[in-house]
Design a protein around this ligand. Structure first.
Ligand SMILES: [Mn+2]
Length: 250
């Protein structure tokens, strides 16, 4: 079985923003290159910079990405999306129109004799009390209901301000290290307890593949500065950087 795992695209297509446009081109080029190549594509959260499902509309800045996901799924690849901290307010659009399965927390799978656990990672960082509280409030059904009553132009204008400020906020190295340690500790505990051989997360935007006793921990990195992904091919795990200039992987 051949599996591709990506996270933290923070995708949005906007002609008004050169950086978003450049990132979009790289993401689309990569997704185009994997059509027909994998049995399973796992989207490990923060794929969309802010997702919301109103009953009658979709958000147009995601259209190019949705087309690519549709093409991948049409080439008989199973697609699973795990909620991130930017994309969790889903409705029926992804499952019904693109054939994407939605997972809210943790995705477990056994393939080629390996137990694989994938989650976004935002619930496993340490010293992040303010965020954990925010996460609970934003996930109340009532909060979602209120958001659904706003006009999309207003809701998304507000949402993109919130999401951009959290995306722009770069943690200084000691804090980043501490947060990453939370992900490492979680991965080590899952491997030690025999729950998983491979633990794969995102969220940190820092790609890494760390062998641990009894398995490995991998972080997918991001598609803002690293353009990295995790591949599991016949039970072997690799961290790969996508190089658009060569149009190939290195
Ligand atoms: Mn995240």
């Amino acid at each position: 079985m051949k599996i591709c795992i990506i996270s933290d695209l923070h995708y949005k297509y906007s002609k008004a923003n050169a950086e978003d446009l450049e990132n979009s081109a790289i993401v689309l080029d990569f997704l185009d290159s994997i059509i027909g190549k994998y049995d399973l594509l796992i989207l490990a959260g923060d794929i969309f910079d802010l997702w919301f499902d109103w009953n009658f509309t979709i958000i147009k800045q995601y259209f190019p990405l949705l087309v690519k996901l549709y093409e991948i799924s049409q080439a008989s690849c199973r697609i699973v999306h795990i909620s991130g901290n930017h994309d969790f307010w889903f409705g029926n659009f992804l499952p019904d129109y693109i054939n994407v399965e939605l997972v809210d927390e943790t995705f477990l799978l056994e393939a080629d004799g390996k137990k694989i656990l994938v989650c976004h990672g935002d619930t496993h960082t340490v010293n992040d009390m303010r965020y954990q509280l925010f996460r609970r409030i934003i996930r109340f059904p009532f909060t979602k209901k209120v958001f659904s009553l706003l006009h999309p132009d207003l809701a998304l204008g507000l949402g993109s301000k919130l999401s951009r400020s959290s995306r722009a906020r770069k943690d200084p190295p000691p804090i980043r290290k501490k947060k990453n340690r939370g992900l490492h500790d979680y991965a080590r505990a899952q491997i030690r307890s025999g729950k998983a051989d491979y633990v794969i997360m995102g969220h940190s935007h820092f790609p890494e593949l760390i062998p641990m006793e009894g398995g490995s921990y991998a972080n997918c990195g991001d598609w803002i500065s690293h353009h990295s992904f995790v591949e599991i091919d016949s039970g072997d795990i690799r961290l790969i950087n996508y190089n658009i200039r060569k149009g190939d992987t290195a």
